[in-house]
Structures are given as C-alpha cells and as structure tokens.
Design a binder for this molecule. Structure first.
Ligand code: PLP
Length: 388
C-alpha cells in the first residue's frame, strides 16, 4: 500500500537537493572548520555559505546566526543564555501556556534556579493577547518568550504587536519560530524580535541542526563551555553536513515559500471544509484565519483521536493527534487544554499537517476514508450513545 505522509509539522522529509548538497561533506570534504589546513578551510567556507543563506531567509546578518544542535537547543540557549547574562538586572520571564515543551520545561528549570516565570493564558483560538504581555512586564522582567506559530493548533501569534510592547519596555523578546521559518515570511530587519529559534528538519533540512538568531548587541551567555566555535556562543565542532543541508533548505525555502504557502492554504481549506461539512460533531481547533498554511486541527467528538489515527494508519495515512514529542503521553494536549477545550474534546483531536509533496488527491483520499472510520468508531462509542 502506498503511504501518505500528512505529519509535516512533526518533521519534513529531507529534500533530495539538500541530501545531495550534504553528501560531499561526509567524505571528500570532511574537514574540521577549526583546522587551518585546506580541508578545514573548505569546511569553514561551507559553514559560512550556509550561515549567509539562513540569515538571508529571515532578513538577518550572517553574524547574527548561531548554529545549534536543534530547535530545542536554540530555545534553551535563548532562555538560559539571557537568564544567565541578565540575572543581576532582573529575574522575571514571561511566556505563554501554549509554548513547546522546549520553552516550558526550560522555564520550569529556571524557576528552580530562582527565576520567576509568568505563564500567560491564551484565548479560545490559542492566541496571546498583547495587552496581557504589557500588564505582566515589571521592572524585573528580562525576557518575553512567545512562539511565532503553534505546532499543534497552527495559530499565528501577534508578534509585531508584542514586539512593539517589549521594544518600548526595553525587554528582550524571544520567539520560537520552529514552525514558521521557511513557511511564512519573517523579516528580522523589520521586527522587534531579539532572539529567534529555527530547526532545519521542519523546512526539508536534516534533523539534529538548528539555529538561534541573536540580534547584534543582545547580551547572552553560552550554556555550553568548550572551544570558541560560533564566536564563543556554542562550543563544539560544527555539524558540517547538517549545516550545509540547512543552508540548502533555506535557499530552496526562499525561492519556493510563497508559491508553496498559496498551494497549501488552498488544500488546507479544502480539507477543513470537507471534514466540517462531511462529518457530524466536528470542530476546527485554532484560529480560522491567523493560521499556518499547512495546519488542520479538528476535534471529532465522540471518538478518541488515537483510535482514528491508528485506523488511518491502517489505510496508509499518517497524521497526528498533537505534538509528536508527547504522543506517548496520555495527558490531553496542554495546548488544547489551555485553549479551553474540555478534556474529551482535546482527546478527540486530530492534526493533519501538509507539505511540499501533498496533492489534491491526498485530500480526496482522506475525505473518502475518514467518515467511514469515524462512523465505525462512533458505532462502538459509549459516548456517542449518551449523546443521541
Ligand atoms: N519548537 C516547536 C514549536 C516545535 O514544533 C519543535 C519540534 O517539534 C521544537 C521546538 C523542537 O525542535 P527540534 O525537534 O529541532 O528540537
């Protein structure tokens, strides 16, 4: 059976051009960028070319890009790095209840170290209110961390408005943009964001490589100690093939992003419309308009999301019920709960995320198969019996 991948928010396939660009850096150009001989210089040049491509994708300067081992590491570096550097100035951090665990768990860790953390609520669409950010800022606030778009419900947050507030308050602003870079336009030249996390494997690059944009002049301490790579901000020999692949992925994204977003928005809306009109007792989770072009998150009431997922998998359709990182967790998604969904509705959620190779036929196939699966599961569901 041909499998269909509709889980692009969990990870994307590596683009064939990316893989091709990476391969020489495993064998003939294997040098360590810190070596001064020709092998080393070849590797160093490749890393710097990749850096300028990643910088160009987000309207940054090359020297503002620090390569990391992942999006998680970029988030850790931003939060711990600013906390360490500014601890004498203040100890207060503001974030939101729908952040990725890479941010929320780092905040918990910092709390244990004596920092105080305000976790802002979101509305029913998963949107942070900039007025709440303004109210939460105190003289002790050193950092606001609000994601650009949520990985589960797809809602795009009002970064420009929040940036105006942090700018006026002279507080650093970090944004986890792992789900947006390479998918929707981001221009650090016109933004008040000081620190921005990126992950290569969400934009058709390899896994295990990410970056943190650090605006020139931002005070930040490294949390890994060792060599002086990445201008002393991230010790460790660079993952040269991974970084080269990341650069190639950024280059492709810059060329193809606008067209891809248009195509995906249309496929997304077709799938949302098909599910909401074709299956009873369904609702869209997340914002209807301020939404990632590739994200469909629905609650299919009176069935368990996991059961639908397994049945879809048997039909060769690979989707998700929330974030892949927590799929072994039986707790309902913290994002959907923060949006006010009752636990039962949160448990009945299903996420399809589309990508470069998704076709209209894929959407037709989901719409063909899903109603039958839901009807079969509902026929066995005690919850459905009480509803009728
Ligand atoms: N932040 C968000 C919003 C994500 O979706 C993810 C991955 O799912 C991460 C951070 C972590 O990125 P990585 O897998 O590169 O550690």
């Amino acid at each position: 059976m041909k499998r269909m991948y509709l889980d692009y928010a969990a990870t994307t396939p590596t683009h064939p051009e990316v893989l091709k660009a990476m391969l020489p850096y495993f064998d003939e150009s294997f040098g360590n960028p810190s070596s001064i001989h020709s092998y080393g210089q070849e590797a160093k040049d490749a890393v710097e070319r990749a850096r300028s491509k990643v910088a160009s994708l987000i309207g940054a300067k090359s020297e503002e890009i620090v390569f990391t081992g992942s999006g998680t590491e970029a988030d850790n570096l931003a939060l711990k790095g600013v906390a360490l550097a500014l601890q004498r100035k203040g100890n207060h951090i503001i974030t939101s209840s729908i952040e990725h665990h890479a941010v929320l768990e780092t905040c918990k860790f910092l709390q244990k170290q004596g920092f105080s953390v305000t976790i802002l609520p979101v509305d029913g669409y998963g949107m942070v209110d900039p007025a709440d950010v303004k109210k939460a800022i105190t003289k002790k606030t050193i950092l606001v961390s609000i994601m650009h778009a949520n990985n589960e419900c797809g809602t795009i947050e009002p970064l420009a408005e929040i940036g105006t507030i942090t700018g006026e308050a002279e507080v650093y602003f970090h944004s986890d943009s792992v789900q947006t870079v390479g998918h929707i336009p981001i221009n650090m030249n016109k933004s008040n964001v000081d620190l921005l996390s990126i992950s290569a494997h969400k934009l058709y690059g390899p896994k295990g490589v990410g970056a943190l944009f650090i605006r020139k002049g931002t005070r930040i301490s490294p949390f890994m100690h060792g060599g002086s790579q990445e201008r002393g901000r991230r010790a460790s020999t660079e993952n040269v093939p991974g970084i080269v692949g990341f650069g190639k992925a950024a280059e492709i994204a810059q060329q193809e992003m606008a067209e891809e977003a248009d195509k995906l928005t249309s496929l997304r809306d077709q799938l949302i419309e098909g599910i909401l009109t074709g299956i009873e007792y369904t609702q869209l989770n997340g914002h209807p308009v301020m939404r990632l072009p590739n994200n469909i998150n629905v609650s299919i009431n009176y069935v368990e999301g996991e059961s639908v997922l397994l049945n879809l998998d048997l039909e060769g359709i690979c989707a998700s019920t929330g974030s892949a990182c927590t799929s072994e967790d039986l707790e309902p998604s913290h994002v959907l709960v923060a949006m006010g969904l009752p636990h039962l509705q949160a448990h009945s959620s299903l996420r399809f995320t589309l990508g470069k190779w998704t076709t209209e036929n894929d959407i037709y196939r989901v719409l063909d198969v899903l109603p039958g699966i839901v009807a079969k599961l509902r026929a066995m569901s005690p919850l459905m019996k009480t509803a009728n």
